[in-house]
Design a protein around this ligand. Sequence first.
Ligand code: DGT
Ligand code: CA
Ligand code: CA
Ligand code: ZN
Length: 577
Amino acid sequence: MENHSRVTNVEVAAILYEVATLLEIKGVRFRPQAYRRAAMVVEGLPERIADVARRGELEDIPGVGRAIAEKIHEIVETGDLGYLAALREELPEGAQHLTRVSGIGPKKAIALSRELGVRTVDDLEAAALAGRIRDLPGFGEKTEANILASIHVSRTAEGRRLLGKILPVAREIERRLASLASVRRLNLAGSIRRRKETIGDVDILATSPRPEEVMEAFTTLPGVERVLVRGPTKTSVALSTGIQVDLRVVEDEHFGAALQYFTGSKEHNIALRRLAIARGWRLNEYGLVDLETGRTVAGEDEAGIYRALGLAWIEPELREDRGEVEAARAGTLPDLVGYDAIRGDLHVHTRWSEGAHSIEEMADAARALGYEYIAICDHAETLHVARGLSPERLADQVREIERINRESDDGFTILTGTECNIGMDGTVDLPDSTLADLDVVVASVHSGFKLSEKEMTERVLAAMQNEHVDIIGHPTGRVLLSREPYRIDLATIFDAAAALGVLMEINAFPGRLDLSDVNARSALGAGVRFSVASDAHRRENLRCMELGVATARRGWLTAGDIANTRPLPELRRVLRS
Ligand code: DGT
Ligand code: CA
Ligand code: CA
Ligand code: ZN
């Protein structure tokens, strides 16, 4: 009975998670959720699962029934689970990889693997290109073409996750590690510190008098499924969600240099290293060193590195080698919009269309964020899928908003609005007389993505010609990691927007971030002004605003470029008519 205690909760949970995944791939219903639920409970258990098992109290754990309790017993006794081995045997090799290509479910993955011997995404691509997939029962030519298209998207998306998904996870890990007595300094680094729209892996940097203790705590954090690399200076783990997290522990005297280095981007670092070399210095993760004298010029704090190189400190969001090093040298870096500069949200939905909450609930959530105003922009009629509002229903909503505003006296204002739909011909789906009565009119493309660039550009230009349209919503229609932007001549759109005073939206929804950082920067160059908006469909989503501000910062925007950093009277002047 001695070796019972060797199996950790994380290891037990990892086995249960894998069982869940394999059952899912087999197409078994309900049981995968049961295993996953049990895995999560085991993972979060304050006590050792082995001790609970020994007392025979496994079934007292919520989510653990008889069958799962027996399996946990076996894992605790033997460190392994026969059932899992059997499941692995059953599955054709590689089927797990194939399901990552969108449109390939477990059934298709198994068929491809069994019938064609396809094991990897590369095999799959080769089979599709050779026209071998179309003849499989249940596939066909169209499926084959779709598979090729999805492979293309998944290639560029390979292993990347949305910033909005990762940031809360990274912050939770940061919080837990920072609270350890053995941690002295700690900072997020890598793409997550730069707030890039998608994240490959999470990088964390720390200093500590007792690195082994920090590493041990790190590998036993809740949610850690596997330890990939275990070392005194770098440890990498995989979370049960598949996210990889790298923790590096460095000496205090190198912390600044390491933070600079591991924040990246690689391109930004190369530009800095060029400056260092020109001065006869060497820059790496240990510091900035004079090659001739061996003297350390900087290294303990990050700002010191930039200072020594004759640069103003550069915000992490700008570190992409897109001109920020030159601007830092010339003293012309922008005064980036602050995360707390937003005074209101100009695009939110409610239960009146496809949202989950009432007008009051959205307004209260906005108040709680410290906002001064919010614009209710539910869909209009032609967007049937979203239960869009007819002009009559919208008039009811406007009266309702006026009533709520009359009854509150705390200075918070609910603005009336719509997110109307831009039709194929560029007209919007509400009459001018209705639009004229609204405070905020967002107009967006929701269909007909396959138009030619010329047709799409003309379509959106036509919508902008409507004097009531204040904002173009999610201007390129992209969905991160899954849908490419539609073809549109953005330079022409931006010039027109600047001339007409139409705002371009930076849609802050995690899967959109549309305009992107790069597009926002070129719009800025054309003289465009912006609305950064959450497009929230439920009150919790108002918090996505942060991701939009991050994108704005990565696009070099200042508060002055963004309409909803203005107090309400000023905002009204920025909106058209
Ligand atoms: P990711 O994880 O793909 O979203 O992007 P990053 O930027 O977090 O990249 P990652 O995790 O591979 O490395 C973290 C940082 O470490 C990176 O931003 C810059 C630095 N770094 C990594 N490899 C190199 C390298 O080969 N050369 C230079 N100069 N820096 C590197
Ligand atoms: Ca990274
Ligand atoms: Ca990394
Ligand atoms: Zn929309």
